[in-house]
Ligand binder design. Sequence first.
Ligand code: BES
Ligand code: MN
Ligand code: ZN
Length: 506
Amino acid sequence: MKTVLASLSDKRPTADILVAGFFQKEKLHPKLASLDQPFFKLANLALENKRFEGKFSQTFSSYHPENQEASEVILLGLGQKKNYKKLCFRKASAQIAQLGKARKAKRIRILLESFVGGGVTLSEAVSILSEVPSLALYEFDKYKTKKKDEDSKEKKSARPEIIELLLTQNKIPAALNAQIETAHAVAEGINVARDLINEPANVMNPQKLAGEAKELAKKKKIRCEIIGEPELRRLKMGGILAVNQGSRTPAALIVLEYGERFKRNGTICLVGKGVTFDTGGISIKPAKDMEKMKYDMSGAATVIATLGVIADLKLPLHVVGLAPAVENMVAENPQRPGDIIRMYNGKSVEVLNTDAEGRLILADALAYSAKYKPSAIIDLATLTGMCAYTFGDKAIGLMGNDEKLLAKVKKAGAAAGERCWELPLWEEYGEQIKGHHSDLYNIGGPYGGTITAAMFLKEFVPEKTPWAHLDIAGTAWADSSRYDCVKGATGVGVRLLAELLSHWKK
Ligand code: BES
Ligand code: MN
Ligand code: ZN
């Protein structure tokens, strides 16, 4: 599916549907009159008789096989202009995609300017229409048995191929094409992350995840190094090794690198939790909803996908992605509660609960990032159930050690529609994770679990390095379908990071 721009004066093939927006209590877009005169009359009649009012998501359509523009013209209600925001248009864009799919439309023509107004500019509309349809039509159906009959062929071809944005101006601003490319790259990145996360854990084990990262790196022409178990042992990455101890698949530390070192903007390290399945280990999780724990590598998937996006966008940055990949299993020789392990940075940790494994692998990766002398570190992790209890699926839990970086992340999240909300990392919380026979415990008491998890991570962040931690436990998975995402992995974080890094300044 791709988005193209066209102007009224261009010669255009007939589309399958033409969609125009309509604001409640306003007039029909005047250009509709010349695009399809009979439809224009009908629609005005429908408006007069209140058969169509333009309430949000309401549609009015008519089939005109002889029409040059498109055989079917659809008016899409946008509600009142004063309430019209970017999110409204994101939802409308998803609806356009679904309307097109339902009609097996190949080419969807959109009267772009009819969707502009209220809180949506022309340039925002272009970006949104280049991003949302492919998110809305995303499906993870590779395991559905495909019948080798016509039906499945049709199913394959049911996706729209071209979304044509029709502009009334003759000269199309070149900047719009760049925006389309950016939006396509971001949408692709989000769907790449979703694919990695939705893949079940019997397939997506640590080695497979490493392989996927390698393949993406090759495709996007970025560097990739997989640090395997012998090397992890040599480096003394005690956290990663301990968590993976019960797995039959060797652990890996995935390292992706985009751009050159020592550029003006310094190096940015992105770190993602890659637990391909979290049983909890000996401190085993309850059976209910445990299947969801294949999503426990969402942070890693986001980091891997984001590096691909950055490469597509050719951002003038040096970005290193670090994704420790493990499996937290109950097996013959897993780690035990009470085990004391030595981490990469030399600190000792008493593992009071083997289900608090994410922080153990992130700790090693965070400490290892010192090698790159980063000017900022951002980690993403499905780290605590408590974060999901606190924010539901409405916000990412944001914590860190640098107000300026946190403000930047928060701003990017708001712009991307992936809101972040800060929790404090006051020193006093550190008391809870002070060890008895060791330097640190891997859990704090029963309260403030999202914060104590971050306090633990903080112990491993290289000194004097700005660091932001994003707990995506509540946002990385959709329990039910939404306008731009079916039930399953959301790919949260990719859009936020793309937004943040596109405007990055040290
Ligand atoms: N992957 C989980 C976090 C999680 C749990 C996300 C439930 C979504 C739903 C993480 O590894 C974990 O198990 N955290 C524990 C920490 C506890 C043992 C201190 C948790 O949140 O229960
Ligand atoms: Mn766990
Ligand atoms: Zn986990």
